[in-house]
Design a protein around this ligand. Sequence first.
Ligand code: SF4
Length: 290
Amino acid sequence: MSETHSPRPASGALTQTGGFLTGFTHTLQPYIGCRFGCDYCYVQESTVHRFHGGGLTWGEYVHPRTGIAEKLAVELARFEKRGTLDQVAIFMSSTTDPYQGAERRWGLTRACLEVLGERPPGLLVIQTRSPLVERDFDLIRTLGDRAWLSFTLETDLDEVRRTVTPHCPSVAQRLETLKVALAAGINVQVAVSPCLPFSSVETFGALLLEHGDRVVVDTYASGDGGGGKRTAKTAIPAAYAAQNWGDWRAEDQAQALYEWLRMQIGERAGWSQAGFTALARTVTEGTPCS
Ligand code: SF4
């Protein structure tokens, strides 16, 4: 896979959000594009990719948004001046992984965290699947209960992970990062998103409970923002057919996992959009989130 790093100076940092992320007030994307290039990634069917991809295939490029931390500092100061900083709920990131390999070189995510540490918003959810996030646990911890690590683990079977997301960290690496995060006292949500074929409800479920404070289970049909239409255009249908994994639209296994988790941890297990936005609703609506 070729690689393109073409800096795109950030014109701003925070983007107002809604839709699937209703409850969060903003997203924060330190990069454009994502070298993890997951087969199922819905961003490849979005205007973000069409506008910035320059004809490259999704997964082939990542553009650092240079100067984003400086822009963020100005924007957070504005919220602080208005007295609304506590109502700001940020999701980092929804169209890129803030801890993909490029972060080692550019350090934009860490720079943003340093700024967020100086002016903490009501909530920061860091969405990643990369063990590189461990590097920043010191900064994340300083945000206390205002920060959550939402860490993707779609299956407990590494051969499944390898088929659908060959450029992503292994299951074992991710479990290790989750352990380190919990030991560091960081709030951890495990995102089974999208739920891929897994061993068994009890085995995967127990692993999830051991490695997170909360769990969100999502599917292509419920979570791709188009009722599965976006996923239908990706390599997923062909991959499921080739692997004899059954109907990629089916939600029964994911539902069974969710219901089992719900029995164990109640409200700390969430489904799709409601699960992802539960934390944000505690900030923007004052809804208690156990
Ligand atoms: S890590 Fe996230 S943003 Fe990156 S390709 Fe995979 S699903 Fe898309």
